[in-house]
Write a protein that binds this ligand. Structure first.
Ligand code: SF4
Ligand code: SF4
Length: 243
């Protein structure tokens, strides 16, 4: 998750410390946490969920996403739309119905991660573990996994790399502070980061590379891969929004 250090609540982990946590279907709380949550979706989450469900990005956004616009900056935040009874639409009796494509927020729990950019522009990260709470029975049952083991076993590394690219965009040193996006810029953010099937149509227009000074090899690569298209979208947005 991309959050500022100040927003993280929880306990910092010592290097190499094993997580006092184990979640498994034998617990009485199994599946109970997949409801009544504000589940934020980052761009790579939308890419993976759309792919996993076999739908276009615009279908996914229309069917599964709620949009919140931050009042002060205009920055759009996407959340998973819950069912009327508060359940995640993907939860099944046997567990997560989109397990191999589940979003960052579900993979990372009980950890949370803050990212900041160092002077060289490289992201550095800090992990904390959520405070124990009575509703989650996974605490207190160590599995012997360190943070690195956890991120590997939860398949977080690809998400971490993509989310670090988002951190580079969001924490861009050229970003005006305070940020105030116009309606057109909000649409550009949603298209280039979340609605990749529509962004692909724009990128495929014959004039796109010349208009935005892009090398044709970059465009060809982006048209052949969703991941490369998202990278192009992030780079393109950085120039569109921050010059
Ligand atoms: S242990 Fe925690 S994370 Fe696992 S199912 Fe129970 S409430 Fe959810
Ligand atoms: S995506 Fe999966 S793990 Fe996340 S809340 Fe929904 S059912 Fe639970």
């Amino acid at each position: 998750m991309i959050e500022s250090e100040a927003e993280l609540s929880g306990r910092r982990l010592s290097p190499g410390e094993a997580l006092p946590f184990r979640c498994h279907p034998g617990l009485a709380c199994f599946n109970s946490c997949c409801r009544n949550k504000r589940l934020s979706l980052l761009p790579y989450d939308v890419l993976r969920l759309s792919r996993g469900l076999g739908c276009r990005s615009d279908e996914f956004l229309a069917n599964h996403v709620e949009l919140e616009i931050e009042a002060s900056s205009g920055w759009p935040t996407l959340r998973l739309k819950l069912a009327a009874d508060g359940r995640c639409p993907f939860v099944r009796d046997a567990g997560c119905g989109v397990y191999s494509h589940r979003p960052t927020c579900c993979r990372i729990y009980p950890l949370a991660r803050a990212v900041r950019l160092e002077d060289e522009g490289e992201p550095s990260e800090l992990f904390v573990i959520a405070d124990e709470n009575a509703r989650c029975m996974g605490f207190g049952a160590p599995q012997g996994l360190t943070v690195e083991d956890w991120t590997r076993t939860q398949g977080l590394d690809a998400f971490r790399a993509a989310n670090n690219r988002m951190a580079r965009l969001f924490l861009n040193p050229r970003r005006p502070r305070p940020l105030s996006l116009s309606t057109a810029e909000v649409h550009a953010v949603i298209m280039a980061l979340y609605n990749l099937d529509v962004f692909r149509q724009s990128v495929a227009q014959p004039g796109f590379p010349a208009r935005f000074g892009l090398e044709s090899a970059t465009v060809t690569r982006a048209l052949a891969s969703d991941e490369a298209l998202l990278e192009l979208g992030q780079d393109w947005l950085a120039v569109q929004l921050f010059g």
